[in-house]
Write a protein that binds this ligand. Structure first.
Ligand SMILES: Cc1ncc(COP(=O)(O)O)c(C=O)c1O
Length: 384
């Protein structure tokens, strides 16, 4: 099996790629939505080819072997014992956030979320007709975490659910075990539920750090958790829509499955096929990807911090850099960087307009071109 060449520039134009269509026919490098420009592992491609060659694409069940893979994976990676009944397969994680709001709370109850955060965390409560309470993220040294004191202060008798993101998007903070224990203690003390989105859990860049699922801490916290995971970010198969929720409390799981019923479609069979192959044979590929992303990260952090007006903290996980552009005093940062030829995600969408998010899940040459465009534009913009 040939290894993936992460340096290879794959032409994604005219493939209905969300990322590349946005700037179709414009000289702008798309570094926004969170998929990578890497080819999926060969094992995934081979499994998809075989499934397509079978030629029949009728309704499908979750493969029992895939449930077994996830159970084994949780035990092997985290020492977390789960059962097949704990799993609910979903075509995406965003619908999981929405289902969590509707299943874990009643109308009129409040849902908390840190801010800045991946935008659907902020829209899911409102679209579910629940009150949204936002909590600041606080910088401790060069790590930015949910503000535990603000969380404590924000809880009222109507607060019921926390939407939690670990590793955090944007910025890639990976919560340490002690921090998760502190969070779990607060959740239990105030009788809350948590939806923990851990979609980026296999993308830990910082050597020596490992992911800990919040729910794996203890059976007490697990009873209060809806954990969301997927192979989609790790193996660049987000377009195949295959994700899962782990809910160990039977009552909470029943409520989650009831609000889903008849509205959220089943996962499609190619999504299952890709997930099975990725989890079975993708570990080595991901180790190579993480090495590559670490190189991109180290390059980017150094370069960005050498450009006047920009600041980038170390990135523990994810391929999403959260760049503080406030020092550059830009009137409209998104337009400024587009004019410079680089398409970034506006921090405003995540709830903090001092920042822009840059997706560095791409060949190094593309990243280098983006950085050089950014540097040139800022040097022209800022007085010498
Ligand atoms: C934290 C987080 N959750 C969910 C998603 C999207 O999930 P899906 O495409 O499975 O709905 C993303 C994508 O960027 C994400 O970063």
């Amino acid at each position: 099996m040939p290894p993936t060449d992460f340096d290879r520039l794959i032409d994604r134009r005219d493939t209905a790629s969300q990322k590349w269509e946005k700037y179709r026919d414009r000289e702008i490098l798309p570094m926004w939505v969170a998929d990578t420009d890497f080819m999926a592992p060969q094992a995934v491609l081979r499994a998809l080819h075989e499934r397509v060659d079978h030629g029949v694409f009728g309704y499908t069940n979750t493969p029992a072997a895939l449930n077994a893979q996830v159970i084994e994976r949780m035990q092997r990676l985290y020492g977390w014992q789960i059962e097949a009944d704990d799993l609910t397969w979903l075509p995406g994680l965003v619908c999981g956030l929405h289902l969590a709001c509707r299943a874990a709370t009643e109308p009129g109850q409040a849902v908390m979320s840190a801010q800045p955060i991946y935008p659907p965390f902020l829209s899911a409560p409102r679209l579910s007709e629940r009150e949204l309470v936002t909590l600041p993220m606080t910088r401790h040294g060069q790590r930015t975490l949910i503000d535990f004191e603000a969380l404590e202060a924000a809880i009222t008798p109507t607060t019921r659910l926390l939407l939690f993101c670990n590793p955090h998007n944007p910025g890639g903070t990976l919560y340490r075990r002690e921090e998760l224990e502190q969070l779990a203690a607060q959740i239990e003390k105030h009788d809350l539920l948590v939806c923990s989105d851990e979609i980026h859990c296999d993308l830990i860049l910082e050597p020596g750090l490992t992911h800990t699922p919040l729910a794996s801490l203890s059976p007490e916290i697990s009873k209060r958790c809806i954990t969301l995971m997927a192979p989609s970010k790790t193996y660049n198969i987000a377009g195949l829509g295959c994700s899962f929720a782990i809910i160990q409390d039977p009552q909470l799981r029943r409520r989650f499955q009831r609000v889903r019923k008849g509205i959220v479609p089943d996962v499609n069979l190619l999504g299952y096929t890709a997930a099975q192959a990725a989890y079975a044979d993708g570990d080595e590929w991901n180790r190579a990807q993480l090495d590559y992303l670490r190189g991109n990260r180290d390059y980017l952090v150094e370069e960005i911090n050498s450009i006047p007006g920009l600041r980038l903290d170390p990135i523990e996980a994810t391929y999403l850099a959260w760049i503080d552009v406030s020092g550059a005093k830009l009137e409209n940062p998104a337009h400024f960087f587009e004019d410079a030829g680089v398409g970034l995600s506006p921090g405003r969408d995540f709830g903090d307009d001092r920042f822009m998010r840059l997706n560095f899940g791409c060949p190094r040459a593309l990243l280098e071109e983006a950085v050089s465009r950014i540097r040139r534009a800022l040097l022209n913009h800022l007085p010498a």
